[in-house]
Write a protein that binds this ligand. Structure first.
Ligand SMILES: C[S@@+](CC[C@H](N)C(=O)[O-])C[C@H]1O[C@@H](n2cnc3c(N)ncnc32)[C@H](O)[C@@H]1O
Length: 654
């Protein structure tokens, strides 16, 4: 008996519950002595009408507190808490218009996902004798009643069964509300009805720990600002050539691009559920390349169709011939090695959890050091003014539901090492596992194609990474105007290094302590690869002001040094890419960019650019993020008008 309910129960109520239970238990004992089979049920049948005359009702019952536990389903039935002894869902008899009164979580359905006060509950029906889901469930009986609870927002009493010293006991968890309803294939293949329930604050054993799912807003961290698209006006020579068609032979270039067409029951079910939906142009533009979900295309707005030359890929591919370039191979191999040496101190070998554990120790030492010299340095004082807990790297990058806990300016290390077999490691592979959401491409009214999801998406969910053809920055700069709208520079870490160069470690230490910064790329990059970038005079003074705007040129500034921080590679998703290249810009986007080290891309020059939900996003809402285009000062094509319709819209895609 732990938490009290808000329901005011009188002493008589508690006394009545006690005496009912005593009578019932006594009768069960008598039946056991008489060797009566199913004494529980028989006792309830015989005593029920006398002992529980009051009509069924929603909500708490007088005399019962959250945390009370019961020895059997019969005890719960005799008290009127849950009268249907053999079923999970207690619903009003013969009426299909009222919500369910109570449910029992007993772990019988393998599709139940119980996370405490928020859980997915599988509806009733369709189980075979072997415990497998052999038949589809329908929205009838208890399942319909739970759907009514969702529609009418009526609370449901929840009981959780658990074994205590070998005997099954049931605990009253309090009142819950059904927040979501869906019907989808079970792990065994047949369709099941599923209900997501959340504890009613103050009325259940605890309320949902929503805060733990929330990410730090990346907008606050300046160095997280990435840019999509090229800003240079100069046409550059492509020094790398694009003649060979040969396949990659470099070990690290084994991207698993073309996975076989998926045929999971969920995938099949998602395909089925698309049938008959208005505006459906293509059922799966990925042609099975996305193994878990189809990627449908809808247009209900105009007559435009998808570019037939567009090829959907699910992972990076190299632009023609690039994999053969000896300089590039050398740089990438070197950077790979540098990152491996950096993470080796943690014995990490591909295990992100081990790396985080090592990083946490380093954080603690750093925090101690900051405490010792807080009187001397501004950054140290600002560090110690914060709670140390906020500064420590969590061991896991994702919570139990696979939601990102915090954005990380120094990149997230996903698992993938040979020893990564624990469930914690598995959870630390959200990007590695690929797209799981039922994403859809659809025609927007003013921005061309856009992306949405058929399901609601909680904050912190991995949506997709931006993949396409990998080309050098130099080659990308040579693309024709207009062909650059689908470029994404691999510059997440270059921003970090540039900031460090401009502000120094002292200037940045309170935001990004030195020990967290990944290894700096070897400088300078081979001239042949960097040549084009050196000619671009976009760089900044200490105040972040563009030196180009100030009339300074490459020859009059330290542009050479700054440009050494320019990224080496760019992702071009114009003709070959995944769903990310259809996501539009918003000045207040619901997604954030996060660099992730995963699969074979684990260095600061080659990693994954990932998009994560930064707030809870309702189903069918357009996904957007801030492209962060750089200000160039000129109008025209580069100052493209923004149609994001946000109150704080900046007016253009700059
Ligand atoms: C990466 S693509 C996004 C997908 C694009 N809508 C399409 O149809 O393929 C970027 C282009 O989409 C358009 N776009 C994206 N966000 C926009 C916005 N907020 N307002 C106007 N156009 C936008 C611009 O044409 C931009 O160059």
């Amino acid at each position: 008996m732990t938490t009290s309910t808000l329901e005011v129960s009188s002493d008589e109520d508690f006394a009545r519950v006690r005496s009912t239970l005593e009578r019932y238990r006594q009768h069960v004992q008598e039946l056991i002595t008489q060797k009566q089979s199913k004494p529980d049920m028989v006792a309830y049948k015989e005593l029920g009408p006398q002992l529980t005359p009051s009509p069924d009702r929603h909500g708490h019952l007088p005399g019962i507190r959250v945390g009370d536990s019961f020895n059997s389903r019969g005890e719960m039935a005799i008290l009127g808490l849950h009268r249907q002894i053999l079923r999970g869902i207690f619903m009003p008899p013969k009426t299909l218009t009222v919500g369910a009164y109570a449910i029992v979580l007993s772990g019988v359905y393998t599709d139940d996902e119980d996370q405490g006060d928020c859980f997915w509950y599988t509806g009733e029906g369709g189980l075979g004798n072997n415990g497998q889901q052999v038949k589809d469930q329908e929205f009838t009986n208890g399942n319909l009643a739970l759907r009514r609870s969702f529609e009418q927002k009526t609370p449901v009493r929840v009981f959780r069964g658990s074994k205590v010293k070998g005997a099954l006991k049931y605990t009253y968890e309090g009142l819950y509300k059904v927040m979501e309803v869906k019907r989808e294939p079970s792990r065994d293949g047949a369709l099941v009805c599923k209900f997501r329930l959340e504890g009613v604050p103050g009325e259940s054993s605890a309320s949902c720990k929503v805060e733990s799912k929330r990410m730090k807003s990346p907008e606050k961290v300046r160095i997280l600002k990435n840019k999509l698209g090229r800003t240079t006006e100069t046409l550059m020579d492509n020094k790398l050539g694009r003649t060979t068609e040969t396949l990659m032979d470099n070990k690290r270039k084994t991207f698993s691009t073309e996975e076989s067409a998926g045929s999971s029951p969920r995938r099949q079910w998602l395909l089925e559920s698309l049938k008959g939906r208005p505006g459906l142009l293509i059922q799966d533009i990925s042609r099975g390349v996305e193994p878990r979900v189809p990627v449908p295309v809808f247009n209900e707005v105009n007559a435009l169709v998808m570019d037939p030359d567009f090829e959907y890929i699910s992972d990076y591919v190299w632009a023609d011939g690039l994999d053969q370039d000896p300089l590039l191979i050398k740089v990438i191999a070197e950077e790979d090695y540098r990152m491996r040496s950096h993470t080796m101190y943690s014995l990490h070998e591909g295990c992100g959890i081990a790396f985080n554990a090592w990083m946490r120790q380093a954080d603690q030492r750093w925090y101690q050091r900051a405490q010792e010299c807080a009187h001397e340095y501004e950054w140290a004082a600002s560090v110690t003014a914060q709670s140390p807990m906020n500064l420590m790297t969590p061991l896991e990058s994702y919570n139990e539901e696979g939601l990102l806990l915090l954005t990380e300016s120094c990149g997230i290390h996903e698992c993938g090492g040979v020893n990564c077999t624990s469930s914690t490691c598995m959870r630390n592979m959200q990007v590695t596992q690929g797209i799981k959401l039922p994403l859809e491409i659809f025609m927007t009214k003013q921005k061309g194609w856009g992306v949405r999801c058929a399901e609601a998406v909680p904050s912190g969910t991995f949506v997709c990474s931006y993949v396409g053809e990998l080309m050098t920055e130099a080659a990308a700069s040579g693309l024709e105007q207009g062909a650059d709208h689908y470029l994404f520079s691999l510059d997440f870490f270059m921003y970090l290094f540039k900031e460090l160069h401009l502000r120094g470690f002292d200037g940045l230490e309170s935001e990004v302590p030195a020990h967290r910064v990944p290894p700096h790329p070897a400088l300078p990059f081979p001239v042949a690869l960097m040549e084009a970038s050196y000619r671009d005079s976009t760089c900044y003074n200490k105040n972040g002001q563009s030196l180009g705007d100030m009339g300074l040129t490459a020859s009059t500034s330290h542009v050479g040094v700054l440009n050494a921080f320019r990224p080496l590679l760019t992702v071009n998703a114009e003709k070959r890419g995944n769903i990310a290249r259809f996501i539009n810009h918003s000045c207040n986007g619901n997604l954030a960019i996060q660099g992730v080290f995963a699969r074979q891309a684990r260095s600061v020059v080659l990693y994954y650019i990932c998009l994560f939900a930064v707030r809870d996003i309702p189903a069918m809402t357009e996904f957007t993020y801030d492209y962060g285009y750089q200000i160039q000062g000129g109008k025209g094509e580069r100052g493209m008008l923004c149609n994001c319709e946000e109150p704080a819209c900046r007016g253009s895609l700059l």
